[in-house]
Design a protein around this ligand. Structure first.
Ligand SMILES: CC(C)(COP(=O)(O)OP(=O)(O)OC[C@H]1O[C@@H](n2cnc3c(N)ncnc32)[C@H](O)[C@@H]1OP(=O)(O)O)[C@@H](O)C(=O)NCCC(=O)NCCS
Length: 378
């Protein structure tokens, strides 16, 4: 039997999917055949939930049904809220999400035959909203609050987090962010979750596996790291010297740039740029960060385009979130809130249509057979 070794599993196909299509050369992203630009411009996160889980865009009554299911499931066990509030204020937001989903996995102990249950998948998205909102509220010393249904999911979430109303533009920007982060084929987090789901583990536990991979700086945390660069640069006139010092001389990676699949401008980054520019006009500090980011983008592209390294989705998303009032520590958790949908859609697709235990091999490169010597002879 001949085995092939691909470091980082590059170009290894792990599953077939009807969920997400990426053309990394031409910068195209589609969910179930629909261009990401059309979904952001003309649909809503709830419509995308239906699309990802059931295969088609919903009609009006199907959309109402999905909203009703979402709104019915915002509640979470009181022990979970207590756990979030019992943790030190400095706890990592994605770490809290991992703990929360770990708790749900213990409390509900769902059986393997639920691993393709779409109602369970929808309830997981609702619970993710309440958990994420309360991570912020606990860390900011605010009282716990279960998400309350408003006009749509984005507004319900924002209102619960901040207990204030938002303009239509702000709600739409949050909705766009939720749509943009939904799915991206099989990145590290989805793959980690799929490995767990291939064992027929329950959906909550598979989400924990995916969250563990999302947490790393080479994946989900890049939005926080990208934004921290803007904070560190601090003013538009320092962008060039910072780039020279940190990236060229310091040989650091420019965070929010580069992608394993895209060898051109990430289509999501274009949309995030549009919304971050729009929202930052009403927030002077965010506007400074937006201008720093634009200049950094220009210099980054000039330096890296020969290696086909361009802004990715995490370059501008932080400015959108910051403009809405979110602190940096929440950015990866907000990414997770949206990506939970992509994860559960992939788990269902895999288990329902092409299930097989994922069990790769490793090449043994350790010592040859050695004679064992007991402890007192070593
Ligand atoms: C996302 C990422 C891990 C993908 O990388 P990859 O496909 O594994 O590519 P590699 O790490 O093999 O890098 C290939 C080359 O591009 C360079 N490169 C890749 N991303 C870079 C970046 N952001 N800044 C500077 N150089 C970068 C590498 O140094 C390497 O150069 P070399 O061939 O001269 O050694 C990488 O681009 C990165 O670290 N980006 C920053 C983190 C980030 O924004 N992550 C979010 C992804 S959505």
């Amino acid at each position: 039997m001949s085995l092939t070794f691909s470091r980082g599993l590059e170009d290894v196909i792990i599953k077939e999917t009807s969920l997400t299509y990426i053309d990394g050369v031409n910068g195209i992203l589609r969910y179930r055949g629909y261009n990401i630009e059309d979904l952001v411009n003309y649909s809503s996160f709830e419509e995308v939930i239906y699309l990802m889980l059931y295969g088609n865009l919903p009609n009006k009554s199907q959309l109402e049904e999905v909203r009703e299911k979402l709104y019915r499931n915002f509640d979470v066990p009181k022990e979970l809220i207590s756990m979030i509030y019992s943790l030190p204020k400095g706890s990592n937001a994605v770490g809290i999400l991992e703990s929360a989903f770990g708790m749900l996995a213990s409390i509900y102990d769902p059986k393997w035959d639920k691993s393709t249950d779409r109602d369970l998948a929808i309830s997981i998205i609702s619970k993710a909203a309440t958990i994420t909102a309360n991570i912020y509220r606990a860390k900011e010393g605010l009282k716990p609050k279960i998400v309350e249904p408003k006009k749509n999911f984005a507004e319900s979430f924002l209102n619960t987090v901040f207990e204030k109303s938002f303009s239509n533009d702000e709600v739409k920007a949050m909705d766009a962010a939720l749509i943009l982060y939904v799915d991206h084929e099989v990145p590290a987090s989805t793959t980690a979750g799929l490995v767990a789901s291939s064992t027929l583990s329950d959906m909550y536990s598979c989400v924990v596996a995916a969250l563990a991979a999302l947490k790393g700086p080479l994946h989900g945390r890049a939005a926080e790291d990208a934004f921290n660069q803007f904070v560190e640069i601090n003013s538009e006139d320092k962008v060039e010297s910072w780039f020279e010092e940190k990236i060229i001389k310091g040989k650091n990676r420019l965070m929010g740039f580069g992608h394993r699949v895209y060898k051109t401008y990430d289509p999501r980054a274009k949309i995030f740029k549009y919304y971050s520019e729009k929202l930052s006009k009403n927030n002077s500090q965010a506007n400074i960060y937006y201008k720093i980011a634009s200049k950094l983008e220009e210099i980054g592209i000039k330096n890296f385009s020969d290696k086909k390294i361009y802004p990715n989705t995490d370059f501008y998303s932080g400015i959108l979130f910051y403009s809405l009032g979110f602190p940096i520590y929440m950015f990866t958790a907000l990414f997770a809130l949206s990506r939970v949908l992509g994860w559960v859609a992939h788990f269902i697709e895999y288990v329902e249509e092409q299930h097989r235990l994922i069990r790769p091999r490793a090449i043994y490169v350790g010592p040859e057979k050695r004679d064992f010597r007991p402890l007192n002879e070593r």
